[in-house]
Design a protein around this ligand. Structure first.
Ligand code: NAD
Length: 378
């Protein structure tokens, strides 16, 4: 079979779906691998590095030969025109609210896999793109916050005087938040964190940060069986806001990462809270693509408020550390693809009864097959 790795077309996308390591492994499994020229440029992978491990450097139209396409973002309708019916496409598909795009993939006859639907079970940890990318986003959020902040993060005692340590507050302690805590701690900040899931409390403490939350009865039941947060009641949100308001006024950098699966991001920081912060303080909203946790955050922009507080709303934050992000993302895709390879025939053989396939397969055989997108089928 042939595997194709295209150059991503969205201007914001700097990552790529393969690395020299994964191409080498794919070639080792007996596949012909074609990489579109320039596919790795923004991830600092020159064509020559792909060629050195056995890839053929090709052009966009070579996708027509591909049995498998390894991508970062969902293929557009224009891109799909070049795809072979029956080709498998692995990417982050961002399908919610994009029924037409899902239907277009069905119509093109491709078997599309949404990598972000990978179950969070032990076997699939190596394929978990949400975790690999959120981890880097959490790291990068602190770097972005620090670079917008006009002061140093660690306490510095010098002959010329003492620079105080910065106070950093992390809101939402999932994968991104945990890495943000660890990164801010490494940089010498005084770190506090909040979440609505009680399981987080111990993790925060183990990273040397202080946990702050409204710990009532609702909090004790806020975690779903899947390990995610529930949407909290109006009453809880009000109590949470009161606690947050008092704390935020004293913070230098606030990083927000709070998400609820299938819902808009919860609004955690009001304009009033932003206004209460000191000039030069920085908020970094990692949830900005999902509606934002911070009032006034703008996708793709760094906003400075009238009181001199910066609100950072960068898009595609993992793509800001593209070379690292691509390395991990490529490995996630490879690990999943490897489960679909028949080692004897060296061909793709999709087991449609496999729980990982069932959870991620969006379209197949000309139809939308994922239960969550039955409407897209029409
Ligand atoms: P996420 O991106 O869905 O959300 C980020 C965080 O925001 C979560 O911790 C959530 O509790 C928090 N949040 C939601 N509403 C909030 C509010 N109103 N106020 C404050 N915080 C709020 O989460 P994630 O990073 O995907 O992690 C979700 C869970 O999955 C975690 O328990 C994580 O440890 C777990 N996980 C498991 C595996 C695995 O077992 N393979 C892999 C990765 C993550």
């Amino acid at each position: 079979g042939t595997i194709f790795i295209p150059r991503e077309l969205e201007a914001i996308e700097s990552r790529v779906g393969a690395s020299p390591d994964t191409v080498k492994r794919l070639v080792g499994l007996g596949f012909a691998v074609v990489v579109e020229t320039g596919a790795g440029t923004l991830s600092r992978i020159p064509d020559a590095d792909f060629a050195a491990v056995g890839a053929v450097i090709g052009k966009a139209s070579d996708v027509a030969k591909a049995d498998v396409v390894l991508k970062v973002r969902r293929p557009s309708e224009a891109e799909l025109k070049g795809y072979k019916p029956g080709a498998a496409v692995l990417a982050t598909m961002d399908p919610y609210g994009n029924d037409a795009a899902v239907a277009a993939m069905a119509k093109a006859g491709v078997t599309a896999f949404a990598m972000e639907f990978m179950p969070r079970i032990t076997r699939a940890q190596v394929m978990d793109v949400l975790s690999s990318q959120a981890n880097l986003a959490g790291y990068q959020a602190v770097i972005d916050g620090a670079s917008e902040y006009d002061r140093a993060l660690p306490m510095m005692m010098t002959a010329a005087g003492t620079v105080p340590a910065a106070k950093v507050f992390i809101m939402g302690v999932g994968v991104a938040g945990l890495q943000a805590i660890a990164t801010a701690r490494r940089m010498g900040a005084i770190v506090t964190a909040t979440d609505v899931r009680p399981a987080v409390k111990e993790q925060v403490a183990s990273l040397g940060a202080k946990f702050l939350a409204v710990e009532d009865e609702e909090f004790k039941a806020a975690e779903t069986a899947g390990g995610y947060a529930k949407e909290m009641s109006k009453e809880y949100q009000a109590k949470q806001a009161a606690l947050t308001a008092e704390h935020i006024a004293k913070q230098d950098i606030v990083i927000t990462t709070a998400l609820i699966p299938g819902r808009p991001a919860p609004k955690l920081v009001s304009a009033q809270m932003v206004a209460s912060m000191k000039p030069g303080s920085v908020l970094v909203d990692l949830a900005v693509e999902r509606g934002g946790n911070v009032e006034g955050a703008q996708p793709g922009k760094v906003v400075t408020t009238t009181n001199g507080v910066k609100i950072v709303g960068h898009l595609n934050v993992p793509g800001r550390v593209a070379a690292s992000a691509s390395l991990l993302y490529a490995k996630n895709l490879f690990a999943f693809l490897e489960t679909m390879v028949d080692k004897t025939s060296k061909q793709i053989a999709i087991n449609r009864d496999d729980e990982l396939v069932k959870a991620t397969m969006l379209t197949d055989g000309g139809k939308v097959v994922h239960p969550n997108f039955a409407n897209a089928a029409a």
